[in-house]
Write a protein that binds this ligand. Sequence first.
Ligand code: 17E
Ligand code: FE2
Length: 441
Amino acid sequence: MNAIAPNVLAPNPLAPNHIINARLRGRSGLFSLHWNDGVIRAIAPQDGPIAVTAQHTDGLDAEGKLVIPPLVEPHIHLDATLTAGEPNWNLSGTLFEGIERWAERKARVTRDDTKSRAHRTIRMLAANGIQHVRTHVDVTEPGLGTLQAMLEVRDEARELVDLQIVAFPQEGIESFANGRALMREAVEMGADVVGGIPHFENTRDQGVSSLHFLMELAERHDRLVDVHCDETDDPHSRFLEVLAELTRVKDMGARVTASHTTAMGSYDNAYCFKLFRLLKQAGLSFVSCPTESIHLQGRFDSYPKRRGLTRVPELDRAGLNVCFAQDSIVDPWYPLGNGNILRILDAGLHICHMLGHEDLQRALDFVTDHGARAMALGEGYGIEVGRPANLVLLSAASDYELLRTQGHALASIRHGRLIMRRSLSEVSWAETSTQPSQACS
Ligand code: 17E
Ligand code: FE2
């Protein structure tokens, strides 16, 4: 193995200043990337593979594997992670029982409990090459102690991730006592994004007025918007059209995201045909959480059973920005999860009928560039000279191979510093009549 192969790093492994033999998405050949002071300074095409020499001891050898900008987690609930079963398990598997179980757990949260679970989860995300995270934080809590704790986590976790905090009214804006005041206060305290949950409000009218309220709040305070929107199989849940129309009128498409929109999987085609015209005019982003939605939705069906996801390929083909996210890790809504968004990508592509050749070749878009666009990261993201030296080395040379082999992030560089490296387990063989080299990896 090379002296500076990803898993056997150079003498100064925490401060590399270049990577050789990197493959970049969308470009052919191999590249050397150089950085200093945390900024990418050069992206140089190579004539061929470079042999490792002593002059490379401050670098990494990508060995022809992909180097990408960091993976992005655009939708998670860090205040609720690692609480499943405390005190009660969600036995029905529905969104609504999840909200009830969370209300029980919420009554017991403390600042230390919130912070330690959030930091543990952030480490799980960073261990999987994620450096940009948008977390929803429940603000239907008098006193907003959880939000305060998460604002502290946002600062404390900067070495590992950039964190955006959504003021998320889990139990409603209009149907929760002082819901509007709590939202205003959350924004004043420093939430980056304004959230909502119109399908959970008591009436259709309240759902609509909550959207007017939150869009105005975001506009007035220059915040982003990310609404839990139509997270139900009910085809009559049509708040997306209201959010999209407000987005269009205010010309806020680059700043607004509709999360879940699972009801769209139950809308009929005639309605969707009309809706898509508006969505394109509005230009908002979409987040789908495929493992979460296939678990929570379809719960009131017998057979045939709905998949309960939004129309991911159709949104993508229409030119709208759509990405995948984890949503939960071991919480009242979803009992599994380990921080690995590549697992979510794998599930999402299967559930959405997106294993066509073209989709496989660009699959990583859904957990990198598209997530970055939903989070409005702009020039803070991407492999370009002058941008932050935030880079992730993957275990395969292409999107397709990464998915087929269920590959991993092997190393993560943040502002030029190596913050994570991972070694993969190897398979050992007994003597067999075929040679290991003939076997498929
Ligand atoms: N809250 C909610 O309303 N929906 C979800 N999927 C989660 C929390 C995880
Ligand atoms: Fe969510």
